[in-house]
Design a binder for this molecule. Structure first.
Ligand code: C2E
Ligand code: MG
Ligand code: MG
Length: 698
């Protein structure tokens, strides 16, 4: 019986290689678990090769560490076979731990297969020596080596499976596990070696023809270490790349979430916007369909917000809206949706136990808004008008519900604001009519349905015509001739007033040019401007173009703007008015006395004319206050060097009175109705004809 000895340095190196191979295997298992697609197979193949080479070379170095009193060699073919077995069983192990789950029976089965694989590799490797007589194995130690191989494989599989996900300190845990695994593999090897008994007359059959000689250990060592290190580095670099990709993906997800939030919320108040609201309405409808119950949609519009916005500026307006949003939320539950869908329009979606509950909530919301708001040290007072639509009952689609709540809100406004109204079918027809009218209005310009009627203005003292005011009419195909009261607001809301206003300006100038040709050189044509036109940047240019096109001197055009329009954004109006005035255009303040009539401000305006509102004129005969106001306005206008025009003169008493008070010009049904250009001119000429004999004293 021959006693062999071991080279200590090679034993240590074999242990090191075993640990390194184990670590590489664990790292590869981690890679496979976090990779997707075809790359998994690449990692699996690479991993099987690296680990197989690692385990095998540990074993081979362990064999080389053995010193026996005769020359040793290894049969090439059998050695290659043992390497193949190592690679295959490593591949199997990696495949097993990369599965979603690893139930106990599978773990046990895997341990058996892998243990068998390793043992097979070991004893095939031993067979590569081709000893004669054959090696005698001690049955106990042989059995122990098999047992160790199976147990070590089981432990290795279990550890690799549990460490495959990237958890905190995973590298440290893998390093520890690699040491345990390495020791187990080495343990198996040397137990197997201890089992081998060589007879005294042993002869190594592979010593002559097989692999042998000095330096073989170094060659195996360098090659296997290179394979392991390359595999490990690739794996580490890839993991780092993946981590970086994961960070990028995370920030992309975050950016996406932010974008979604922005797309679904109102920037100013942070409340849901119209898009999110309609989604929530849809969901609420679904819930009612599935579980019954009901909900209310409340359309909340602020009363008196615009004047505050105009007077204090947008900054204050914005802040007030934010406060309103906060206050409206005060009384709500987390499942209720409060959205802002436009300037000062909010919509509330609330689940109800019973429809009547909506009333109490609406009343509370009205009350909340009615309390004073303190914004930037200003005490502001506004109110809210709320329209309520109920589901089921008041509509079957989100848009329909919203439109009905809107109609109910208008009703609440009509009832005196600062209150709420439940939707009723009669309101719907109204809303629908408005919608239809808006559609018709969009086509009106193209279909040439607009007309201008002209109402004469007369010199109060001489009674001579001094010009006319152009008043817009709409020849509606079904509804006949419509007055501005029925469509101007709609035109303003929809922005259509801009092209319509341009048409009016142009048409009035064209008419005035014709009258000038007839000899009425000193007349002025008055055109009304709405607030929106006044704010529009193109106004000054449009006026210049219209005058130029019809060869009109600027001062034969009077632009009438209402007092409220002129005062609403004082500084901006001042600039526009100054530009128009510099061009030589005549400016008139319409409906004077109905607004806030800031005298300070009036003094700074480059206006030429004041038109006393017809409300004062109407009650002149009966109301001494109105008489006092009119005479005050006349005095004021005279002091400021303005022409005073009284509109709405309906009786001769009014005419006499206003003339006596000192008005410069008069306009009203008593003197002439608004009429189409030809009838207007016929009347003027008739009056002139009648006046001629009078003048001549015939
Ligand atoms: P406004 O500028 O104050 O025009 C005078 C309004 O009073 C006209 O009503 C006219 O028909 C009416 N009126 C004239 N004399 C009398 C009278 O003796 N008694 C009574 N009760 N009323 C009289 P209309 O034509 O219905 O126009 C109403 C308002 O519509 C105008 O008020 C003006 O603000 C606006 N408007 C008219 N045409 C245009 C336009 O082309 N553009 C813009 N933006 N607004 C216009
Ligand atoms: Mg007017
Ligand atoms: Mg007026």
């Amino acid at each position: 019986m021959l006693i062999g000895s071991y080279s200590p340095s090679l034993v240590v190196i074999s242990l090191f290689v075993a640990i390194l191979a184990s670590y590489t295997a664990l790292d590869m298992a981690g890679r496979i678990a976090t990779t997707k697609g075809r790359a998994i197979y690449l990692w699996m193949t690479g991993g099987a090769l690296a680990m197989g080479v690692g385990v095998w070379s540990m074993h081979f170095i362990g064999m080389l560490a053995l010193r026996l009193p005769f020359a040793l060699g290894f049969d090439m073919g059998i050695t290659a076979l043992s390497l193949l077995i190592a690679v295959l069983s490593s591949g199997f192990a990696l495949w097993l731990v990369s599965q979603q789950r690893l139930p106990l029976w599978q773990l046990l089965f895997g341990a058996l297969v892998m243990g068998a694989g390793i043992s097979c590799m070991h004893y095939t490797g031993m067979a590569a020596m081709r000893m004669t007589p054959g090696i005698d194995y001690d049955p106990t130690l042989f059995g122990a080596s098999l047992l160790i191989a199976v147990i070590a494989s089981g432990a290795a599989l279990w550890i690799a499976f549990n460490l495959r996900r990237n958890t905190p300190y995973v590298r440290l845990a893998r390093a520890g596990a690699a040491v345990v695994m390495g020791v187990a593999i080495v343990g198996m090897h040397y137990t197997g070696m201890a089992a081998a008994q060589f007879a005294d007359d042993s002869f190594c059959g592979a010593a002559l023809s097989g692999l042998s000689g000095k330096g073989l250990d170094n060659l195996v060592l360098v090659t296997s270490l290179s394979v392991l290190i390359i595999a490990l580095l690739t794996s580490l670099l890839d993991a780092r790349l993946e981590a970086r990709t994961a960070v990028l993906a995370d920030s992309l997800t975050l950016a996406n979430q932010e974008l979604t939030h922005l797309a679904l919320h109102d920037m100013l108040t942070g409340l849901p916007n119209r898009l999110l609201l309609s989604d929530r309405i849809q969901q609420a409808m679904q819930t009612v369909h599935e579980q019954s119950g009901c909900f209310a949609l409340m359309f909340i519009d602020l009363d008196g917000f615009k004047p505050i916005n105009d007077a204090f500026g947008h900054h204050m307006g914005d802040q007030l809206l934010r406060e309103v949003g906060l206050r409206l939320r005060e009384d709500l539950r987390s499942q209720d949706t409060l959205a802002r869908i436009g300037g000062d329009e909010f919509v509330l979606l609330v689940q109800l136990m019973q429809p009547e509950d909506a009333m109490a909530l609406a009343a509370r919301q009205v009350e909340l808004i009615n309390r004073v708001f303190t914004v930037a040290e200003h005490d502001l007072k506004i109110s809210a008008s709320i329209g309520i639509a109920l589901f089921p009952g008041n509509g079957s689609k989100p848009e329909e519900l919203l439109m009905n709540a809107d109609a109910a809100m208008y009703h609440a406004k009509g009832m005196g604001k600062n209150g709420y109204s439940f939707f009723d079918v009669s309101m719907n027809t109204n809303a629908r009519k408005q919608l239809q009218l808006l559609q018709d209005l969009r086509n009106a310009l193209e279909h040439r349905q607009f007309r201008l009627h002209y109402q004469p203005k007369f010199d109060a003292v001489s009674g001579r015509a001094v010009g006319a005011e152009a008043l817009l009419r709409w020849e509606h195909p079904q509804q006949g001739l419509l007055l501005p009261a029925t469509f101007i607001e709609l035109a303003e809301k929809s922005g259509l007033i801009i092209p319509i206003g341009e048409w009016v300006l142009n048409e009035a100038c064209r008419q005035m040019a014709l009258w000038r040709l007839k000899g009425y050189h000193d007349w002025r044509i008055a055109v009304n401007l709405s607030a929106l036109q006044f704010c529009h940047s193109g106004l000054v240019k449009s006026v210049a173009v219209a005058l130029d096109r019809h060869q009109l001197p600027a001062n034969s055009l009077t632009l009438e703007i209402t007092e409220t329009t002129a005062m609403s954004d004082a500084d901006a109006s001042m600039t526009v008015l100054q530009q128009l005035s510099d061009m030589g255009v005549d400016l008139s303040i319409d409906d004077f006395g109905t607004g806030y009539s800031s005298l300070m401000y009036l003094k700074r305006l480059p206006a030429n004319e004041l038109k006393i509102d017809r409300g004062f004129v109407r009650d002149l005969e009966h109301d001494s206050d109105d008489a006092a106001i009119v005479s005050a306005i006349v005095a004021l206008g005279q002091a400021l060097g303005l022409r005073i025009v009284a509109e709405g003169v309906e009786t001769d008493v009014q005419q006499t009175f206003l003339t006596r008070l000192g008005c410069d010009a008069l306009q009203g049904y008593f003197l002439g109705h608004p009429l189409p250009a030809d009838s207007f001119m016929a009347n003027i000429q008739r009056a002139e004809g009648a006046a001629v004999p009078d003048k001549n004293g015939v």
